[in-house]
Write a protein that binds this ligand. Sequence first.
Ligand code: KIV
Length: 309
Amino acid sequence: MSDSDKARTVEPAPRKPMTAPMVVARKGEAKLKMVTAYDAPTALIADRAGADIILVGDSVANVVLGHGDTLAVSVDVMVHHTAAVTRTKPKALVVADMPWLSYHSSTEDTVANAGKLVQDGGAGAVKLEGGRKRLPMVTAVLDAEIPVMGHLGLTPQSVHSMGGYKVQGKEAQAAYELISDAHALADAGVFAIVLEGVPDVVAQIVTNEIVIPTIGIGAGTHCDGQVLVFHDVTGLGAGEYLPKFVRQYANLADDAVAAIEEFFADVESGAFPSDAETYHMPAESAEILRNLSDPSDHFLADEAMERSP
Ligand code: KIV
């Protein structure tokens, strides 16, 4: 084997498990790749694909559990799904969403809820929505040594107060407030901020001004990373409306329907199962069994049993 062949066959170094400080160190380096996952199969796929961060999003509510928005999930539901993801031991950092009302009443409740996502769910960090309004909660969680990811812009838990899922920060004053929120979160010590549904220039200013990575979803190209929902990327969703920022790379739902239809057709025709998909017993034992189960001659059956090894 020539030296150049050897160079080509060198295995890539094994990926190190991702941590919050490693995410911070990626500022200005290679773009961060983040995708949601809600259970073991989606986590395994996301990790095999090389995700830096797996987000157990509260979007589990509408994407997987059939709710109309993200408001329906509790801390226990988020722990349940986070634990399924972390049991696969991904190399990606697992970030668990703090659900609506789990960080709104007191710093004590907030820390207890964030603690459950880490202690019972195995998350390496939590994400919560909002800026300066949520600063005492953010600080309390950080003081408990739990890394926090921020989330600004179109924050789905505010669907009612926003009057729907609307792009945020389109006016100069609103954009200025959002940029100030980003500074406040970064100064408090969050390790990254998701910017959702904001004009690209706003995301660009935030990305240029803060020292931690920004991760965009519907925020244009200037962010330090991008995130999308697993079921949107893979076309595994229930066929609902997709926002314009989603790029769908596969149509797994159609592939799955085709696979199940083929299975049913084989069941109907008798083509499934084949001999190779069937368990067999030794021919001698099968013969004895056939005799045994012939109710017309129990005497012969008893004899056969006596003779059987
Ligand atoms: O819950 C979610 O899916 C999110 C997005 C950032 C993808 O928060």
